[in-house]
Design a protein around this ligand. Structure first.
Ligand code: ATP
Length: 267
C-alpha cells in the first residue's frame, strides 16, 4: 500500500548546516496497518511524514502509494489521497468559517467543485451523521464558526476533515500533544474509532510511549534518520514501556531523549 525503498533526505546538502534527516529508509505498510512512530529529538519522524506527504523532495529512493510514486502525483491528487493532522489544532481548520463550510472544503479536497455553490442538503446530512459519531454535540452546531470551538473539539473536527473524503493514507503528527491529558485521550479514542470504521492505513507520530504500544498494530522507532526497531504482533503486545526504553539503549547506546516524551508505564 505504502512503500518506501531506500529513502534518503538531506537538508542543506554540502553546506555547514547539512543534516541527513532520513538515511536509507525502507518501510512497507499493508492496507489497514496503523503504525506508531517514536524516536528521539531530531530522529527524522516529522521529515518521514513530510516526504510521504510529498512536502519535501527526496534525494534517493522511492515512495509509492498503491504503486504510484507519491512525488509524481499532482498536488490535488496527493491532497485527495493523503489526510493529515498536525499537532496544532489551529492548523487544520479555518476559524472564520463554519463547521459545515470546513467539512465541505475537506470533502471537496482534490475536486474541482469549490465552496461557491454552498453546502447541499445531502452533504449537510452526511456532516450531521459523521459529527454525531464524535459524540461531542457538534452535529447541532453546523453553522457555528470553528473559532468558537475548544481545542479538543477543533482537533476532533480536524481528524474528521482529514478522513471524510476517504483518503488512502492518514498521517497523524503528534496530533494530541497540544491538548490537556483528558482531551487528548478523547481525541485519540475518536481517532481510533474513525480509523477502525474506514480501515485506514495510518502513520502516527507520537511522543507517548504508552500510546505507541497500544494504538494500532505496529511500532517503529527512529534514531538519527534510521528505523532502528520495527515491532509487529505478537512481539509488540508483550512489550512494556520499560522494554522499549531498554531496546533503544541497546540499539543506539544512548538513552531515549525526547523532551516531549511521555513515559507512562502500562499497568
Ligand atoms: N526544513 C528543514 N531544514 C533543515 N533541517 C531540517 C528541516 N527539517 C528538519 N531538519 C533537520 O532534520 C533532522 C530531523 O528532523 P525532524 O523534525 O524530522 O525530527 P523529529 O524526529 O520530528 O524531531 P522532534 O521529535 O524533535 O520533533 C533534524 O536534524 C532537523 O534539525
Amino acid at each position: 500500500m505504502l512503500r518506501l525503498n531506500g529513502v534518503t533526505k538531506v537538508f542543506n546538502p554540502g553546506g555547514v548546516n547539512e543534516r541527513i534527516a532520513l538515511r536509507d529508509i525502507s518501510l512497507h505498510l499493508a492496507p489497514g496497518d496503523v503504525v506508531a512512530v517514536i524516536g528521539s529529538n531530531g530522529a527524522g519522524k516529522s521529515t518521514l511524514l513530510n516526504v510521504v506527504a510529498g512536502v519535501y523532495e527526496i534525494d534517493t529512493g522511492i515512495i509509492s502509494l498503491d504503486g504510484s510514486p507519491v512525488q509524481a502525483l499532482p498536488e490535488h491528487a496527493r491532497a485527495a489521497q493523503i489526510g493529515r493532522v498536525f499537532q496544532d489544532p489551529l492548523l487544520g481548520t479555518a476559524a472564520s468559517m463554519t463547521i459545515e463550510e470546513n467539512l465541505a472544503m475537506a470533502l471537496r479536497r482534490g475536486r474541482r467543485r469549490g465552496l461557491r455553490r454552498g453546502v447541499s442538503a445531502g452533504e449537510r446530512e452526511l456532516f450531521r451523521e459523521q459529527l454525531s459519531l464524535l459524540g461531542l454535540g457538534l452535529e447541532g452546531r453546523l453553522s457555528a464558526r470553528v473559532g468558537l470551538l475548544s481545542g479538543g473539539q477543533r482537533q476532533a473536527l480536524t481528524v474528521l476533515m482529514a478522513t471524510i473524503a476517504a483518503p488512502k493514507l492518514l498521517l497523524l503528527d503528534e496530533h494530541t500533544a497540544a491538548l490537556d491529558p483528558r482531551t487528548a485521550r478523547t481525541v485519540l479514542e475518536l481517532t481510533e474509532k474513525i480509523i477502525a470504521r474506514h480501515g485506514l492505513t495510518t502513520l502516527m507520530v507520537t511522543h507517548n510511549l504508552e500510546q505507541a504500544l497500544t494504538v494500532g498494530n505496529r511500532t517503529i522507532m527512529m534514531h538519527e534518520g534510521r528505523i532502528v526497531l520495527n515491532l509487529t504482533e505478537p512481539e509488540r503486545s508483550n512489550m512494556h514501556v520499560s522494554d522499549l526504553l531498554l531496546k533503544f539503549e541497546q540499539i543506539s547506546g544512548n538513552t531515549l531523549d525526547n523532551d516531549r516524551m511521555l513515559l507512562t508505564a502500562r499497568g
